[in-house]
Write a protein that binds this ligand. Structure first.
Ligand SMILES: [Zn+2]
Length: 434
């Protein structure tokens, strides 16, 4: 143990090890913000919980928490992704730094309640009202994460145009404008300075092939490479995005990124709802990752991804709460399964060694941490001491056999059974003494 670092020992009833095994009779030694050791318990169990790695939220737009319950009335009988987007732009026009901070902090607090310990905040609403390019909302998000205590990877978004036809930004979109490439990289440097603490990091990324020309995506990807940071991008969420890209470039957005050398093992494509098999296989070969946001994709009526190809190609998956209409990571995990079961009238879409629980859980923590470039997401020596504790005595989990506990947590409960959330060795909710 380093001098001056605090040390503690957890002896939970059950804990999930790195390989997905559920064990009892072990203790976790924490030194500072890291896990120092997992070893046979040197004393009796002192906390009746099932300890899991904290959930990692790979894709969030926290300000959209301010729309919860809105956009669900349909005067014309039905809506779409685009009618929802008009509601979102109206919210954007109402945001000033204080309101952005308030909504974002509320959202991050709710994530901690649900056992999310790291958020990848895909942040593109940079500017306050009528203030030009002031980047005041970027600072509000960093402050909100710090106030809540959640681990933040600020995915700092480049956004410059209204469509593949290069139409200029209009209305609420002007709040997203990052100006010239030099302007964007300079603003990113300021954000990196704000995110230098142990709980925060930042990465320059591109919003989508729609909102950023391909040459500029390549340039931002190069900047991320030189900074040794991850790179995320929205990809193929709606069919019109693919049609418009074909009109402009003669190919799909995913193929466009592949052809320009954008994809590698540090790149996560968000959604890929309508990606075709041949593109997905080449995305896998290039090392690319995918983040699914099942609650959001369901809410927006996006469609159902080709999970069979994603799984067979071995693409690492993570999850995101995206528009934050609902913040419940286990629910997102179960809906990855359920939409496939409904679609294919068969059970077991994400399966490893005959089980769904451990591979789904890895989507919720380890693969999410890898996608954000954070050494967390597993209860293993050297990893960050980020945990969520579930109460096996909670009404939704009582009488569950230990061998089925992971599946019961994913399919049968939610934030209501969380009795502890720990970020970097610090219990922000509940805890052994809580
Ligand atoms: Zn998104």
């Amino acid at each position: 143990m380093n001098h001056g670092q605090t040390s503690s020992v957890l002896r939970p009833r059950l804990l999930v090890l790195d390989d997905g095994r559920l064990e009892s009779g072990h203790e976790v030694v924490i030194s500072g913000d890291r896990i120092e050791a997992i070893r046979p318990a040197t004393g009796p169990c002192d906390w009746e919980v099932c300890l899991l790695p904290g959930f990692v939220n790979g894709h969030s737009h926290a300000f959209q928490r301010g729309m919860r319950g809105q956009g669900e009335s349909y005067p014309d009988g039905a809506g779409s992704f685009f009618t929802w987007r008009e509601s979102m732009y109206r919210l954007v026009e109402s945001l000033d730094p204080d309101r952005c901070h308030e909504i974002t902090r509320r959202c991050f607090e709710e994530m901690l309640d649900a056992g999310i310990t790291t958020v990848g905040e895909f942040h593109y609403v940079h500017h306050g009202a009528d203030a030009g390019r002031d980047h005041a909302l970027d600072e509000a998000v960093v402050r909100a994460a710090s106030d809540a205590g959640i681990r933040l990877m600020l995915l700092h978004v480049d956004y410059v145009r209204g469509g593949f036809d290069d139409r200029p930004l209009a209305g609420g979109q002007c709040r997203f404008d990052t100006g010239s490439l030099d302007d964007f990289l300079a603003s990113h440097e300021r954000i990196r300075d704000l995110c230098r603490g142990s709980l925060a990091g930042a990465a320059p990324i591109s919003h989508s092939t729609r909102a950023v020309p391909i040459d500029r995506i390549v340039a931002v990807r190069e900047a991320a490479r030189s900074l040794d940071t991850v790179f995320h991008i929205h990809l193929e969420e709606v069919v019109t995005e693919i049609e418009d890209c074909r009109t402009r470039h003669g190919t799909t957005p995913m193929r466009l990124l592949l052809d320009h050398g954008v994809i590698d093992d540090r790149v996560t494509a968000i959604h890929c709802t309508h990606s075709v098999e041949s593109d997905l296989r080449d995305h896998a070969s290039a090392g690319g990752r995918i983040c699914l946001c099942p609650n959001t994709e369901g809410n927006l009526g996006d469609g159902i991804p080709d999970l069979a190809t994603i799984r067979d190609a071995g693409i690492p998956l993570s999850i995101g709460t995206d528009l934050n209409s609902r913040i419940a990571p286990a629910e997102d995990l179960r809906w990855i399964e359920y939409v496939q079961r409904i679609h294919r009238t068969m059970r077991g879409a994400v399966v490893a060694d005959g089980r769904t629980g451990p591979p789904l859980l890895a989507i919720g923590n380890r693969h999410g941490a890898d996608s954000l470039g954070i050494h967390a997401g597993a209860i293993a020596p050297g990893r960050l001491a980020d945990f969520v504790a579930f109460d096996p005595g909670h009404r939704t989990l009582e009488a569950v056999e230990p061998g089925s506990m992971i599946e019961a947590i994913i399919f049968g409960t939610g934030p209501e059974a969380v009795v502890g959330t720990c970020v970097g060795g610090r219990w922000l909710r509940g805890g052994p003494q809580g």
